[in-house]
Design a protein around this ligand. Sequence first.
Ligand code: G6P
Length: 601
Amino acid sequence: MCGIVGFVGSKKGVRVLTEGLERLEYRGYDSAGVAYLKDGKVNVVKEEGKLSNLKEKLNLDDEMTLGIGHTRWATHGKANATNAHPHKMGKFTVVHNGIIENYNVLRSELEKKGYVFKSETDTEVICTLLDYMYKDDKDVLSCINKLNKMLDGSYALGIICEDDKDNLYLLKNKSPLIVGVNDNEKYIASDAPAILDKTKKNIILDDGDYARLSGDKVELFNDGKKKEYQIKEFMYDADAIDKKGYEHFMLKEMHEQPDVFKKTTNPYLKEGVESLLNNMPDFTKYNKIRIVACGSATHAGLVGKCMLEEYANVRTVVDTASEFRYNKQFLEDDELVIVISQSGETADTFEALKIANKNGNDTLGIINEKGSSIAREAKMVLYTEAGKEIAVATTKAYSAQVALLTLIALNIAENKKTINKKEMIKILEDSKLVPGYIEELLSMSDIYKTIAEEIKDQNDIFFIGRKIDYALAQEGSLKLKEISYTHSEAYAAGELKHGTISLIEEGTPVIAIVTDDSIAPKTINNIKEVKTRGANVIYITNRKKESDIFYDRRIIVPEVHKVFEPLLTIIPLQMTAYYLAKIKGCPIDQPRNLAKSVTVE
Ligand code: G6P
């Protein structure tokens, strides 16, 4: 989604802004711009497309002491230079992440007052409102406080007032923004990577916070009152955003999965003792669990549902956050609401969490980004230890979510005694095999490349599976869609014949997943049904022997305790999507139209 950087301090080339924006490129954007004070005037430069276009229009050595920059992911109005940020009206220039819901009303009022708007954006009303209020008020902080009361929606703002050459202003509400702190310089950023190479110290802001920053001072306010703040250290360093020799972040992040598994599960697995550590809250009192999330996190939730129902014997429903928040929720008192989010900032997931909190339910966040909005709002938090994930398409954070949900299910199962000790011992033993098996599957790149080559000209690809394999099929299909731009659908294998099978013709790729032995014969029947109709069947399974050959390609995943199978089965799906995207020449780490952290609904 959009990215913000801002700088105030002793003289620096304007490249301090473009460098910051480059480090946010991974979030996805379609235009970019900067504004900086030069000879007492605000100089605004914007361009459509990639940052390289903007950089061509700039003298990167141009020195400045105050500036803001932005990468825009278009919402209101096309991706072009006019709609790109920063937006300037009169004395005020702003960059904005988020959406102003009442911008139309505000815009008409301002038009009546004689303002003429240049862009189609919601953002232009912000600088215009500030300019209008400032004409009477003349106090920037007071104008920002009033602005906060007038805007509906989400906004992280970097603000420059032409009359104030020494200070950078900001306002934050429901959209991430942090302040980076050095002795003689201050930064603002919508996400830590933008400034990780400049400073380790940061201030996390709450909704409604606004600030005045100069090179050597931070003044924080909320609702007209000065506020204390704490300076914290970032949890990771600039290294986290290095490709470390891999061609893409996605490839690097897939290869980090063995390590992520260890880091995420180690705090809960007690070496040598046949039980899970009690490092987890006690979840046994809940009669129902509801998981709410978006995108891949929902798919991790679907795997979690299978585990929670199978092992912990607790009824679990999974809701898509964007639907949940507007549906009738029927939340029950004895229901635990789990929200899952890599970024901890996804707008719909955040709102779902607030609804559950307001209803008085216990809430648990399964979050990757420490200190993120959702992590702070949830009543309980368990962190996935995936580290910074840069590729838009999630891989290692998804696996970490699956791993943590599995441990939650086992923890409840152990406490409720719905699992016996013998099986727990086996699980603990097998947990040690998981990283090695993931590595083994990652190393089989030839087979993924071959499959990718064979399916590269197909327009539609189907994934089928039952139960947990269906949950995995959904994630496999999403991965393929988002990075390789190939249309794909995931179906519950038994549902295929109720319509979709009409789409199967000679050569249609069907990726069939069979890891659940209890249901394998049924899925295999469904595979045969598509094979008979000409499908090119890619069979992913842990079954070593079959009585007949009903597939064209087969990938065998190593045998491990059932609870860990999803963590292995997902690897061929991720890797095939990766190599297909690579063959098709797609921008793997930053697929078109997508954003890493979706902070608008
Ligand atoms: C975006 C990303 C997806 C991600 C989803 C949820 O749509 O492109 O990869 O799964 O958001 O993100 P979250 O940060 O809440 O896990």
